[in-house]
Design a protein around this ligand. Structure first.
Ligand SMILES: Cc1cc2nc3c(=O)[nH]c(=O)nc-3n(C[C@H](O)[C@H](O)[C@H](O)COP(=O)(O)O)c2cc1C
Length: 307
Protein backbone atom coordinates (compact mmCIF):
# COMPACT_ATOMS: atom_id res chain seq x y z
CA UNK A 1 0.00 0.00 0.00
CA UNK A 2 1.55 3.33 -0.99
CA UNK A 3 1.75 6.04 1.65
CA UNK A 4 -0.82 8.85 1.44
CA UNK A 5 0.01 11.56 -1.09
CA UNK A 6 0.88 14.05 1.69
CA UNK A 7 4.19 12.15 2.04
CA UNK A 8 4.95 11.74 -1.67
CA UNK A 9 8.49 12.98 -2.48
CA UNK A 10 8.57 14.74 0.89
CA UNK A 11 10.47 12.21 3.03
CA UNK A 12 14.18 11.53 3.38
CA UNK A 13 13.28 8.63 5.68
CA UNK A 14 9.96 6.87 6.44
CA UNK A 15 9.81 8.38 9.93
CA UNK A 16 7.38 10.41 12.02
CA UNK A 17 8.83 12.13 15.08
CA UNK A 18 6.19 11.17 17.65
CA UNK A 19 4.26 13.70 19.71
CA UNK A 20 5.70 14.14 23.21
CA UNK A 21 4.17 16.07 26.08
CA UNK A 22 6.43 18.94 27.25
CA UNK A 23 9.09 17.89 24.70
CA UNK A 24 7.89 18.60 21.15
CA UNK A 25 7.61 22.28 20.24
CA UNK A 26 7.99 24.48 17.17
CA UNK A 27 11.80 24.24 17.02
CA UNK A 28 11.77 20.44 16.91
CA UNK A 29 8.89 20.33 14.42
CA UNK A 30 10.50 22.81 12.04
CA UNK A 31 13.90 21.07 12.21
CA UNK A 32 12.35 17.65 11.53
CA UNK A 33 10.27 18.81 8.57
CA UNK A 34 13.26 20.63 7.05
CA UNK A 35 15.33 17.43 7.46
CA UNK A 36 12.72 15.36 5.61
CA UNK A 37 11.03 13.45 8.42
CA UNK A 38 7.39 14.00 9.36
CA UNK A 39 6.84 15.64 12.72
CA UNK A 40 4.08 16.01 15.29
CA UNK A 41 3.35 17.70 18.58
CA UNK A 42 0.56 17.26 21.14
CA UNK A 43 -1.91 20.17 21.18
CA UNK A 44 -1.71 20.35 25.04
CA UNK A 45 1.93 21.47 24.74
CA UNK A 46 0.50 24.90 23.99
CA UNK A 47 -1.15 25.95 27.23
CA UNK A 48 -3.85 28.05 25.58
CA UNK A 49 -5.65 27.99 22.23
CA UNK A 50 -4.14 31.41 21.51
CA UNK A 51 -0.65 30.00 22.02
CA UNK A 52 -1.50 27.01 19.81
CA UNK A 53 -2.63 29.44 17.12
CA UNK A 54 0.72 31.29 17.39
CA UNK A 55 2.71 28.05 17.21
CA UNK A 56 0.84 26.91 14.10
CA UNK A 57 1.36 30.31 12.49
CA UNK A 58 5.09 30.15 13.25
CA UNK A 59 5.54 26.56 12.07
CA UNK A 60 3.52 26.86 8.86
CA UNK A 61 5.18 30.18 7.94
CA UNK A 62 8.73 28.97 8.52
CA UNK A 63 8.20 25.72 6.67
CA UNK A 64 6.52 27.44 3.71
CA UNK A 65 9.44 29.88 3.47
CA UNK A 66 11.99 27.07 3.63
CA UNK A 67 10.10 25.18 0.93
CA UNK A 68 10.04 28.26 -1.30
CA UNK A 69 13.78 28.85 -0.90
CA UNK A 70 14.78 25.18 -1.23
CA UNK A 71 12.86 23.95 -4.23
CA UNK A 72 14.72 20.63 -4.43
CA UNK A 73 14.57 19.78 -0.73
CA UNK A 74 12.25 17.08 0.59
CA UNK A 75 10.26 18.98 3.20
CA UNK A 76 8.02 16.70 5.27
CA UNK A 77 4.53 17.51 6.58
CA UNK A 78 3.79 17.88 10.29
CA UNK A 79 0.78 16.74 12.30
CA UNK A 80 -1.04 18.23 15.22
CA UNK A 81 -1.70 15.48 17.79
CA UNK A 82 -5.22 15.72 19.19
CA UNK A 83 -6.42 13.97 22.32
CA UNK A 84 -9.91 12.84 21.27
CA UNK A 85 -11.01 11.68 24.73
CA UNK A 86 -14.16 13.47 26.04
CA UNK A 87 -12.00 14.94 28.84
CA UNK A 88 -10.39 17.24 26.25
CA UNK A 89 -12.69 20.24 26.47
CA UNK A 90 -10.63 22.11 23.83
CA UNK A 91 -11.05 19.55 21.05
CA UNK A 92 -13.45 21.58 18.89
CA UNK A 93 -11.30 24.71 19.23
CA UNK A 94 -8.26 22.62 18.22
CA UNK A 95 -10.16 21.25 15.22
CA UNK A 96 -11.06 24.84 14.26
CA UNK A 97 -7.33 25.60 14.13
CA UNK A 98 -6.64 22.55 11.97
CA UNK A 99 -9.25 23.97 9.58
CA UNK A 100 -7.87 27.50 9.82
CA UNK A 101 -4.37 26.37 8.81
CA UNK A 102 -5.64 23.64 6.46
CA UNK A 103 -3.24 21.19 8.10
CA UNK A 104 -2.78 18.17 5.84
CA UNK A 105 -2.04 15.74 8.67
CA UNK A 106 -3.44 15.01 12.15
CA UNK A 107 -2.64 12.25 14.65
CA UNK A 108 -5.41 11.36 17.10
CA UNK A 109 -4.83 9.59 20.44
CA UNK A 110 -6.77 8.30 23.46
CA UNK A 111 -10.40 7.76 22.50
CA UNK A 112 -12.65 7.33 19.50
CA UNK A 113 -11.41 9.40 16.53
CA UNK A 114 -14.75 9.36 14.63
CA UNK A 115 -15.78 12.95 15.37
CA UNK A 116 -12.35 14.27 14.35
CA UNK A 117 -12.23 12.06 11.24
CA UNK A 118 -15.67 13.21 10.09
CA UNK A 119 -14.74 16.89 10.44
CA UNK A 120 -11.24 16.59 9.02
CA UNK A 121 -12.07 14.47 6.00
CA UNK A 122 -14.34 17.31 4.85
CA UNK A 123 -11.21 19.46 4.41
CA UNK A 124 -9.02 16.64 3.05
CA UNK A 125 -6.85 16.15 6.17
CA UNK A 126 -5.19 12.74 6.55
CA UNK A 127 -5.87 11.26 10.00
CA UNK A 128 -3.71 8.60 11.64
CA UNK A 129 -4.76 7.15 15.02
CA UNK A 130 -2.52 5.49 17.59
CA UNK A 131 -3.56 2.17 19.14
CA UNK A 132 -2.14 -0.36 21.58
CA UNK A 133 -4.41 -3.34 20.90
CA UNK A 134 -6.08 -5.32 18.11
CA UNK A 135 -9.49 -4.27 19.47
CA UNK A 136 -8.61 -0.59 19.22
CA UNK A 137 -7.18 -1.08 15.73
CA UNK A 138 -10.57 -2.44 14.60
CA UNK A 139 -12.36 0.50 16.26
CA UNK A 140 -10.12 3.07 14.59
CA UNK A 141 -10.67 1.48 11.18
CA UNK A 142 -14.43 1.53 11.79
CA UNK A 143 -14.13 5.26 12.59
CA UNK A 144 -12.61 5.80 9.13
CA UNK A 145 -8.99 6.67 9.93
CA UNK A 146 -6.46 6.79 7.07
CA UNK A 147 -3.61 5.16 8.94
CA UNK A 148 -2.85 3.21 12.11
CA UNK A 149 0.03 3.79 14.49
CA UNK A 150 0.87 0.73 16.54
CA UNK A 151 2.40 1.77 19.86
CA UNK A 152 4.26 -1.38 20.93
CA UNK A 153 5.93 -2.57 24.13
CA UNK A 154 9.04 -0.63 25.09
CA UNK A 155 7.64 2.74 23.97
CA UNK A 156 8.26 5.99 25.77
CA UNK A 157 5.23 7.69 27.31
CA UNK A 158 2.05 5.64 27.63
CA UNK A 159 3.29 2.35 26.32
CA UNK A 160 1.65 -0.58 24.62
CA UNK A 161 2.35 -4.12 25.77
CA UNK A 162 2.27 -6.00 22.47
CA UNK A 163 5.35 -7.29 20.73
CA UNK A 164 5.84 -5.47 17.39
CA UNK A 165 6.31 -8.70 15.35
CA UNK A 166 3.00 -10.06 16.61
CA UNK A 167 1.16 -6.74 16.46
CA UNK A 168 2.14 -5.88 12.87
CA UNK A 169 1.53 -9.39 11.52
CA UNK A 170 -1.92 -9.61 13.13
CA UNK A 171 -3.05 -6.13 12.08
CA UNK A 172 -1.85 -6.84 8.53
CA UNK A 173 -4.40 -9.68 8.36
CA UNK A 174 -7.24 -7.12 8.28
CA UNK A 175 -5.64 -3.74 7.41
CA UNK A 176 -3.77 -3.07 4.18
CA UNK A 177 -3.59 0.71 4.70
CA UNK A 178 -0.70 2.80 6.04
CA UNK A 179 0.87 1.30 9.15
CA UNK A 180 3.28 3.08 11.49
CA UNK A 181 5.14 1.36 14.32
CA UNK A 182 6.54 2.90 17.51
CA UNK A 183 8.52 1.61 20.44
CA UNK A 184 12.32 1.86 20.79
CA UNK A 185 13.01 2.80 17.18
CA UNK A 186 16.22 4.77 17.60
CA UNK A 187 18.31 4.37 14.47
CA UNK A 188 18.26 3.70 10.72
CA UNK A 189 18.53 -0.06 11.13
CA UNK A 190 15.33 -0.25 13.18
CA UNK A 191 13.51 2.00 10.69
CA UNK A 192 14.47 -0.53 8.00
CA UNK A 193 13.39 -3.42 10.24
CA UNK A 194 9.93 -1.92 10.53
CA UNK A 195 9.53 -2.04 6.76
CA UNK A 196 10.83 -5.60 6.65
CA UNK A 197 8.16 -6.78 9.09
CA UNK A 198 5.42 -5.29 6.91
CA UNK A 199 4.81 -1.74 8.15
CA UNK A 200 5.39 1.54 6.31
CA UNK A 201 6.81 4.10 8.72
CA UNK A 202 8.55 4.36 12.07
CA UNK A 203 7.23 6.45 14.97
CA UNK A 204 10.17 7.80 16.96
CA UNK A 205 9.81 9.56 20.30
CA UNK A 206 12.54 9.10 22.93
CA UNK A 207 15.46 9.44 20.51
CA UNK A 208 14.30 12.99 19.67
CA UNK A 209 14.16 14.08 23.34
CA UNK A 210 17.96 14.10 23.26
CA UNK A 211 18.31 16.49 20.34
CA UNK A 212 19.37 20.13 20.48
CA UNK A 213 15.94 21.34 19.32
CA UNK A 214 13.71 19.48 21.81
CA UNK A 215 12.10 21.43 24.66
CA UNK A 216 13.50 18.95 27.24
CA UNK A 217 15.94 20.49 29.73
CA UNK A 218 19.61 19.50 30.01
CA UNK A 219 18.95 17.22 33.01
CA UNK A 220 16.45 15.18 30.95
CA UNK A 221 18.82 14.88 27.98
CA UNK A 222 21.75 13.87 30.23
CA UNK A 223 19.62 11.30 32.07
CA UNK A 224 18.80 9.63 28.75
CA UNK A 225 22.50 9.34 27.95
CA UNK A 226 23.14 7.64 31.32
CA UNK A 227 20.28 5.08 31.30
CA UNK A 228 19.89 1.59 29.86
CA UNK A 229 16.80 -0.53 29.21
CA UNK A 230 17.10 -1.87 32.78
CA UNK A 231 16.29 1.62 34.07
CA UNK A 232 12.88 1.70 32.40
CA UNK A 233 10.01 1.00 34.79
CA UNK A 234 6.50 0.35 33.52
CA UNK A 235 3.87 1.56 35.95
CA UNK A 236 0.33 2.94 36.02
CA UNK A 237 0.88 4.58 39.39
CA UNK A 238 1.58 8.08 38.04
CA UNK A 239 -1.15 8.54 35.44
CA UNK A 240 -3.54 5.60 35.85
CA UNK A 241 -2.37 4.10 32.55
CA UNK A 242 0.80 2.07 31.97
CA UNK A 243 3.69 4.34 31.05
CA UNK A 244 7.47 3.94 31.00
CA UNK A 245 9.52 6.07 33.39
CA UNK A 246 13.22 6.25 34.22
CA UNK A 247 14.46 4.82 37.51
CA UNK A 248 17.03 7.57 38.35
CA UNK A 249 14.38 10.30 38.10
CA UNK A 250 12.17 8.36 40.52
CA UNK A 251 15.04 7.96 42.99
CA UNK A 252 15.81 11.70 42.73
CA UNK A 253 12.18 12.44 43.57
CA UNK A 254 12.49 10.37 46.76
CA UNK A 255 10.65 7.27 45.55
CA UNK A 256 11.82 3.68 45.84
CA UNK A 257 11.22 2.50 42.23
CA UNK A 258 10.89 -1.11 43.42
CA UNK A 259 8.43 -0.38 46.20
CA UNK A 260 6.19 2.67 46.01
CA UNK A 261 2.48 3.26 45.95
CA UNK A 262 0.01 5.91 44.93
CA UNK A 263 0.34 7.68 48.29
CA UNK A 264 4.08 8.24 47.76
CA UNK A 265 3.27 9.74 44.36
CA UNK A 266 1.37 12.64 45.93
CA UNK A 267 4.71 13.99 47.29
CA UNK A 268 5.50 17.52 46.12
CA UNK A 269 8.60 16.64 44.05
CA UNK A 270 6.69 14.05 42.06
CA UNK A 271 5.40 15.53 38.81
CA UNK A 272 5.02 12.91 36.09
CA UNK A 273 6.64 14.00 32.76
CA UNK A 274 8.50 16.84 34.54
CA UNK A 275 10.39 15.50 37.57
CA UNK A 276 9.60 11.88 36.70
CA UNK A 277 11.13 11.40 33.26
CA UNK A 278 9.85 9.06 30.57
CA UNK A 279 11.62 7.10 27.84
CA UNK A 280 11.30 3.77 26.07
CA UNK A 281 13.50 0.66 26.24
CA UNK A 282 15.66 2.06 23.45
CA UNK A 283 17.12 4.61 25.88
CA UNK A 284 20.32 2.56 26.23
CA UNK A 285 21.34 3.47 22.69
CA UNK A 286 20.89 7.21 23.20
CA UNK A 287 24.44 8.38 23.80
CA UNK A 288 24.58 11.89 22.38
CA UNK A 289 22.62 15.09 21.85
CA UNK A 290 22.89 15.90 18.14
CA UNK A 291 20.90 18.42 16.13
CA UNK A 292 17.91 16.90 14.34
CA UNK A 293 19.69 17.38 10.99
CA UNK A 294 22.78 15.51 12.25
CA UNK A 295 20.63 12.68 13.60
CA UNK A 296 18.70 12.30 10.33
CA UNK A 297 21.90 12.33 8.25
CA UNK A 298 23.31 9.54 10.43
CA UNK A 299 20.08 7.54 10.33
CA UNK A 300 19.85 7.83 6.53
CA UNK A 301 23.28 6.22 6.23
CA UNK A 302 22.33 3.44 8.68
CA UNK A 303 19.05 2.88 6.83
CA UNK A 304 20.74 2.67 3.45
CA UNK A 305 23.40 0.25 4.75
CA UNK A 306 20.86 -2.01 6.46
CA UNK A 307 19.74 -3.81 3.35
C1 LIG B 1 8.13 12.17 27.21
C2 LIG B 1 7.08 11.57 26.32
C3 LIG B 1 5.85 12.20 26.19
C4 LIG B 1 4.86 11.65 25.36
N1 LIG B 1 3.68 12.35 25.19
C5 LIG B 1 2.76 11.88 24.30
C6 LIG B 1 1.58 12.65 24.00
O1 LIG B 1 1.38 13.74 24.54
N2 LIG B 1 0.68 12.15 23.09
C7 LIG B 1 0.92 10.94 22.48
O2 LIG B 1 0.07 10.53 21.65
N3 LIG B 1 2.02 10.20 22.74
C8 LIG B 1 2.95 10.66 23.61
N4 LIG B 1 4.10 9.94 23.84
C9 LIG B 1 4.31 8.67 23.11
C10 LIG B 1 5.03 8.91 21.78
O3 LIG B 1 4.20 9.65 20.92
C11 LIG B 1 5.43 7.57 21.10
O4 LIG B 1 4.36 6.69 21.08
C12 LIG B 1 6.62 6.92 21.81
O5 LIG B 1 7.56 7.88 22.20
C13 LIG B 1 7.30 5.90 20.90
O6 LIG B 1 8.25 5.15 21.62
P1 LIG B 1 9.81 5.59 21.80
O7 LIG B 1 9.80 6.72 22.78
O8 LIG B 1 10.44 4.38 22.36
O9 LIG B 1 10.35 6.01 20.48
C14 LIG B 1 5.10 10.46 24.66
C15 LIG B 1 6.36 9.84 24.81
C16 LIG B 1 7.34 10.38 25.60
C17 LIG B 1 8.68 9.72 25.70
Amino acid sequence: MPLPTIFKNKLELPVITAPMFLVSGPELIIAACKSGVAASFPAPNSRTIEELDQWLEQITTEIALFRKNNKNAKVAPFALNLIVHPANGRLNAELDLVEKYRLPFVITSVGNPKHAVDRLHDIGTTVFHDVISIKHAHKAIAAGVDGLILVCCGSGGHTGSLNPFAFVAQVREFWQGPLVVGGSVNNGETVRAIEVIGADMAYMGSRFIATKESMADQRYKDTLKDCSADDVITTNKFTGINANFLRPSMVEAGLDPDDFDQQDVTGSKVIPWKTILSAGHGVGNINDIPTVAELITRMKKEYEEAL
